[in-house]
Design a protein around this ligand. Structure first.
Ligand code: SF4
Length: 227
């Protein structure tokens, strides 16, 4: 059964007090790129790994290569592997970096930002034509133009929390989870709330052994109320 609810504005103060200060420690400002190609590359590097590994891999890449589609498209895959090795999953990701860079040159003449000027659905469809780019990575790029108020990228943490809260069916797909969050997080404070919720997922609603008794959402959470 879907447990429909909306995050109460009063709970925002509690979430802010508990998780607000953690943001800066998790994602350094210097890796919040305005350059859309760099943003795409760091998002690819973040697939299926932690923030620490993502930043490690990006630093390794930037130390050996200029992070542009032209340079990465013509880079040697073994050298790319070496550059991002410290971030893990380097075999798959090195090839993905090269393939996506080549595709950006061929399809977008090397200019990712130009795609973001298209209407939202069209831009997303074009981004998802790129190799290795799914809903989440496309949505991360779309936030540059539309902000997190209009586009919420759904990662593994958001999926887990949505299902535990009961705002989606257990087998909900990407779009259904995203739509559920659009209701659960009211637009006026959606951007900040989504960041705080992500921190809650990482720190309290962990995949193994969620700490419900320490969670500000326990009284509105389907899973938490049963514990
Ligand atoms: S109450 Fe438990 S299951 Fe629900 S969001 Fe909090 S930690 Fe997760």
């Amino acid at each position: 059964m879907i447990h429909l609810l909306v995050l109460d504005a009063r709970l925002m103060d509690t979430l802010e007090a508990k998780y607000g200060a953690l943001w800066a420690t998790i994602w350094p400002e210097e890796f919040s790129f305005k350059d859309q190609f760099k943003k795409l590359i760091i998002t690819v590097l973040s697939q299926n790994t932690s923030n620490i590994n993502t930043i490690r891999a990006y630093k390794g890449l930037a130390a050996m290569f200029e992070v542009t589609p032209q340079v990465l498209a013509s880079a040697d895959v073994d050298q790319l592997k070496e550059a991002i090795r410290s971030g893990g999953l380097y075999n798959v990701k090195a090839k993905r970096l090269k393939d996506v860079s080549k595709a950006i040159l061929e399809k977008f003449k090397g200019d990712v930002a130009s795609v973001l000027t298209l209407p939202k659905e069209e831009a997303k469809a074009k981004l998802m034509e790129l190799p290795g780019i799914g809903d989440k990575t496309a949505d991360v790029l779309l936030t540059s133009r539309y902000s997190y108020q209009k586009v919420l990228p759904i990662d593994t943490h958001f999926r887990r929390v949505a299902k535990r809260l009961g705002i989606t069916a257990p087998n909900a797909n990407y779009d259904e989870i995203q739509n559920a969050y659009m209701t659960f997080l009211p637009e006026p404070y959606r951007e900040r709330a989504s960041g705080l919720l992500w921190l809650l997922a990482k720190n309290t609603c962990k995949a193994q052994n969620p700490r419900c008794s320490d969670c500000p959402l326990q009284r509105t959470c389907e899973y938490g109320m049963k514990r």
